[in-house]
Ligand binder design. Structure first.
Ligand SMILES: [Mn+2]
Length: 499
């Protein structure tokens, strides 16, 4: 759905969820400004019994002059848009409306609306709205207060940016021009004294696992940001390598994860913890997630949350082995040889686009990766939008450049940022389509156990492979190791030598 499709309405009400937080307010306020500029009659409201009291939320509304109204009754003549919540769901007061649109980033739970824009991979509804503005070609930075509100909405919904998952979240964070003094003030008006007490109580009752050096902490119901605050403290303990802090609400379990060892990426662990029961993600060192009560009870009815996390974490540590391409020569004697089908990918000749000896941060669907620009450095873009550096020689040996339009469609096209200038550099116009040459051979074997692979070109983050995925070793370079998802592997490779 495009925002401009909604401009046919004259009377528009934007509704935040009850007990509104900065995300719903920020996203609602941006929409308010958009429709106001179009000359519409527009209101920004929230319902429910409670008026906002949280210090940071009150301050945000006051300082940014957000025209947010608390309503008990509401007459809607034409269009109602619920933001950061879904019409018909439990966290938003229901007002009758002729036409209802939902703009959100949560899992779809109600079907009572007429149209929707739900983008689940994003950390905040502010990011959803920001993207909709970008798609309309509107520069949000022309509204200082809107930019600041969106930024703060993402900030609070991602526990201080630690749980941003999608590159679009990072793009918004980096591109908005905001009132930094106000953001600083808002960041430091989050805790109430009673929440400080919740944090203290939680830390007293921790469970520590000596073998794997992890700690699990349960907190009482509190603002999700408090979980981040508690885990930031716990991870600083010298004998704690990984920590998990959670609390339970009527909807489910909200948790926050921290890691200070490279063998455990917080985002991957968060994802593992809520596998098929919710969603999780974030960064290498900080991440978080949410587990729905319904799915949790279906799968773990006999366990309480504490037992669940302790077991799941213990199983996690048993579930993988670590492979480091720099200090392992894999014994391929039990591997089979496969022949690669030709595939089309993208290629950027990095050494011709960027000055030599500079560091460029490439943002991809899999995360931000720093690359040092060396002579002859090229970069391949795979079918999911993931990247992989390659030397010019290797490229010319194994690929052909095609004189065709770049018709590869990624959900996020990688872009680059210069470390010094933080400038976004779209790589699309420098990307060539290419295809693997006829013959490419690899040794491969299906994993029987989870594996974490540190490749020669990314020393900070591992590629995680689950049982059934393939570990592959390039035939003419035994240090060139990769893990490929089962389905992708079976599509791309055919057995060549069964030995
Ligand atoms: Mn939200």
């Amino acid at each position: 759905m495009k925002l401009s499709q909604l401009t046919k309405y004259q009377d528009i009400v934007i509704q935040c969820h009850d007990n509104p937080d900065p995300d719903t307010i920020g996203a609602g306020y941006a929409l308010y400004k958009y429709f106001e500029e179009q000359g519409k009659r527009v209101r920004l409201v929230y319902g429910g019994h409670l008026k906002i009291t949280k210090p940071n939320v009150c301050l945000m509304v006051e300082k940014l002059d957000i025209p947010l109204e608390h309503v008990q009754n509401l007459e809607i003549k034409e269009l109602l848009i619920t933001v950061d919540c879904q019409y018909g769901a439990g966290n938003v007061t229901r007002f009758e409306a002729p036409y209802v649109v939902v703009i959100d980033h949560h899992e779809e739970e109600s079907r009572e609306f007429d149209a929707k824009e739900i983008r689940q991979g994003l950390a905040s509804t502010c990011t959803v709205v920001w993207q909709m503005f970008v798609e309309e070609g509107i520069d949000i930075n022309k509204w200082y207060t809107v930019a600041t509100a969106l930024y703060y909405g993402l900030f609070t919904d991602s526990a201080g940016f630690s749980e941003v998952r999608h590159p679009f979240d990072k793009d918004m964070r980096d591109e908005l021009r905001v009132d930094e003094a106000l953001i600083r003030q808002l960041k430091n008006a989050v805790l109430t004294l009673s929440e400080l007490e919740i944090a203290g109580m939680a830390l007293i009752r921790h469970s520590y696992n000596v073998a794997n050096k992890f700690v699990v902490v349960k907190a009482q119901e509190c603002d999700p940001n408090i979980l981040g605050f508690i885990s930031d403290l716990a991870i600083q303990v010298d004998s704690v390598n990984v920590c998990l802090v959670y609390n339970q609400t009527i909807h489910g379990i909200k948790f926050s994860v921290r890691s200070c060892v490279k063998e455990v990426m917080a985002n991957e662990l968060a994802n593992y913890l809520c596998d098929e029961m919710g969603s999780g993600g974030g960064n290498l060192d900080k991440a978080g997630g949410f587990i729905n009560n319904k799915e949790f009870n279906e799968k773990n009815a006999h366990l309480n949350a504490d037992e669940f996390f302790l077991r799941r974490l213990t199983n996690y540590y048993k579930s993988f082995e670590v492979i480091d391409a720099m200090d392992t020569i894999i014994d391929v004697s039990t591997f089979k040889t496969y022949k690669g089908e030709p595939v089309c990918t993208g290629m950027v000749p990095l050494c011709e686009v960027f000055p030599l000896n500079t560091t460029v941060c490439v943002r991809t669907i899999e995360g931000d990766i720093d690359l040092e620009i060396t002579p002859n450095l090229y970069m391949l873009i795979g079918l999911r939008g993931e990247i992989r550096p390659i030397t010019k020689e290797k490229f010319e040996e194994n690929y052909v450049r095609l004189d065709e339009d770049l018709d590869l469609d990624f959900s996020y096209f990688p872009n680059a940022r210069n470390k010094q200038g933080k400038v976004t550099f779209p790589l699309k116009e420098h990307t060539y389509k290419c295809r693997t040459k006829g013959e490419s051979y690899v040794f491969a074997k299906a994993l029987t156990k989870g594996a974490k692979l540190f490749t020669w070109w990314d020393r900070q983050r591992y590629i995680y492979g689950k049982p059934g995925d393939y570990l592959i070793v390039i035939k003419d370079n035994l240090r060139d190791i990769d893990i490929i998802n089962k389905e992708v592997f079976e599509k791309r490779y055919k057995i060549y030598l069964d030995r």
